[in-house]
Write a protein that binds this ligand. Structure first.
Ligand code: HEC
Ligand code: HEC
Length: 490
């Protein structure tokens, strides 16, 4: 039944009531008069539209503990993607000692599970919802309706707190600690000094990237990406571009804001450890802050808090006799495998042909997107994926991601001074634009909710996109509106 699995995903996801929030975003006109129509209503891939009155329940998934077939693996992975983790003594253990949130779906939920940060920021609610105690404070950059974020300090600090620009850092500084939780023993650690980093301008943010269609991106051969690169090389817009690579095997990496990660499995393992503090078969050690690592690591009373040893998420050799002794985890594959299967099988977003602005405005906007040069980075379709040994629909398929998966220099306005693999401080992966119409926050740090502001930010000293933005600025009001309508149709 492999071939039918992808079509059936629509059915599964249609059952999820995961509303995209009553977003009364006020359209913001620019000086030119074009207006971002705001978040396109309806959720992704034919799911029910959000309503102001529907609450935000996690859908109940029937999880077959012994999944057989792609569909059951997908559902099982979806369930694990939504699981809320605790430190110890529960059904899903291993949270912390440092973490950014307690479930994957908390951060990846707009417009539905697998997406990006929602309108109601779950990180703002962690004390109210007893995920952390009041020994934590909510950093000022986490607000009730602002972007869900992770933070990084570009540089290690001198003793007076100022950045030491000859000591690059760039690692994730987890926002919260388990300190004070009843299930966290005597572990007592402080949050990083976010206020000081902000005062010294030594902090940058990243928002979650959606994973719809990620299985297709994962299954593009390097030769296909390189051919697309060659096809774009003759553009007249001053755009070059390069790929990020895995340092060990030398192949192209593709996931994350800087295309820093190779595969969904590696990303799942890293996210489980970095975002949630859960060690696993890919990342087996508890993760201190970068500063703590230099100073000798985590204190002993913050290690092995779950009491079961490491890794906290592991293959269960005997079904029903796993380390947690819990039904939920009485399954052979580890969570990381199932997270990856869920994301791999999650359908790409389906664009609207009529909303907003009508079919002719959208199609005019689509032509302009190419003629002014946006498509030289945001490649509308990369044709096509490798044959797939997972499910037929992942093979020989077009990837309508609106991305070349390349890194581009984006100039001083977007630079975050963090290097990852071959990506330097001002380089980012052309953000995939599929699903854009139903996103709330834009750019790597979520600095804007307005597409016109996102476009304007592409232009600054050192950016490969400056000339294209210049082209955009020269369009008539109607043409700019068509282009923005097109973006919101995605
Ligand atoms: C605290 C919020 C948060 C949580 C929890 C979280 N993520 Fe993410 N996720 C992010 C952010 C931020 C990024 C972008 C990171 C970057 O590139 O700098 C991201 C990116 C990703 C990507 C890359 C997708 C792409 O195409 O770029 C994958 C895959 C992913 N997350 C999977 C997971 C999984 C699986 C879990 C649960 C184990 C998880 N995430 C938990 C915030 C979160
Ligand atoms: C030189 C390559 C390049 C060109 C040309 C370019 N972009 Fe981008 N675009 C990027 C990169 C890289 C990012 C991610 C930047 C960041 O987050 O800091 C991005 C981000 C975006 C985003 C935000 C997406 C998100 O996930 O938050 C939008 C919207 C966007 N581009 C639209 C456009 C439009 C419209 C044009 C043409 C007017 C255009 N871009 C031209 C490279 C480019």
């Amino acid at each position: 039944m492999k071939t039918t699995a992808l079509c059936m995903r629509g059915v599964i996801l249609a059952a999820l009531v995961f509303p995209a929030i009553a977003l009364s975003q006020t359209p913001t006109p620019t000086s030119s008069g074009a207006v971002d129509p705001g978040v396109r209503p309806g959720a992704i891939n034919g799911q029910p539209a959000a309503t102001p009155t529907s609450p935000l329940p996690l859908p109940s998934v029937s999880q077959n503990l012994h999944p057989v077939g792609a569909l059951e693996f997908f559902e099982n992975g979806l369930g694990r993607f939504m699981d809320e983790e605790v430190v110890s003594g529960g059904t899903n253990n291993g949270l912390g000692p440092r973490f950014n949130f307690n479930s994957c779906s908390g951060c990846h939920s707009q417009p539905t599970i697998g997406g990006t940060g929602p309108a109601n920021n779950p990180q703002f609610q962690v004390i109210a919802n007893n995920i952390v105690t009041s020994s934590n404070t909510i950093p000022t950059f986490i607000t009730a309706h602002g972007p869900t974020r992770e933070a990084r300090f570009p540089f290690f600090a001198n003793s007076d707190g100022t950045p030491n620009t000859s000591a690059p850092n760039g690692g994730v500084e987890d926002l919260f600690t388990v300190t004070g939780r009843a299930d966290a023993g005597s572990c007592s650690i402080q949050q990083p000094n976010f206020a000081q980093a902000q005062e010294n301008g030594n902090i940058i943010f990243r928002i979650p990237t959606p994973v719809f269609g990620a299985g297709l991106v994962e299954n593009i051969d390097d030769s296909t990406l390189l051919a697309n690169h060659r096809a774009q090389a003759s553009n007249n817009f001053g755009i070059s571009g390069s790929f990020n690579h895995n340092g060990n095997d030398g192949t192209i990496t593709r996931f994350g804001w800087k295309a820093q990660n190779k595969s969904l499995l590696i990303f799942a393992g890293e996210a489980y450890n970095v975002e949630m503090g859960i060690t696993n078969e890919l990342f087996g050690q508890e993760r201190p802050t970068p500063e703590e690592e230099q100073a000798g690591g985590l204190p002993a009373n913050c290690l092995n808090l779950s009491g079961n040893g490491y890794p906290e998420d592991a293959t269960n050799f005997v079904v029903g006799a796993n380390s947690d002794q819990s039904a939920q985890n009485a399954q052979v594959p580890p969570d990381t495998d199932l997270f990856a299967e869920f994301m791999r099988l999650l359908a790409p977003p389906t664009p609207s042909t009529t909303t907003p602005g009508g079919a002719s405005s959208i199609s005019d906007g689509k032509s302009l997107f190419t003629s002014i040069g946006c498509s030289s980075c945001h490649t509308p379709t990369i044709n096509s994926t490798q044959p797939s040994n997972v499910t037929a629909s992942l093979g020989n398929a077009p990837v309508n991601a609106f991305s070349d998966i390349e890194l581009h220099h984006m100039g001083t306005r977007l630079a975050d001074n963090v290097s990852q693999g071959g990506a330097g401080g001002d380089q980012f992966r052309s953000a995939p634009l599929w699903g854009l119409g139903q996103r709330i926050f834009f750019l790597h740090d979520g600095r804007t909710t307005n597409l016109l502001a996102a476009i304007a930010a592409h232009k600054s000293s050192g950016s490969e996109a400056s000339q294209v933005v210049q082209n955009f600025n020269l369009l008539s009001n109607q043409q700019q509106q068509d282009l923005v309508n097109f973006l919101r149709s995605l």
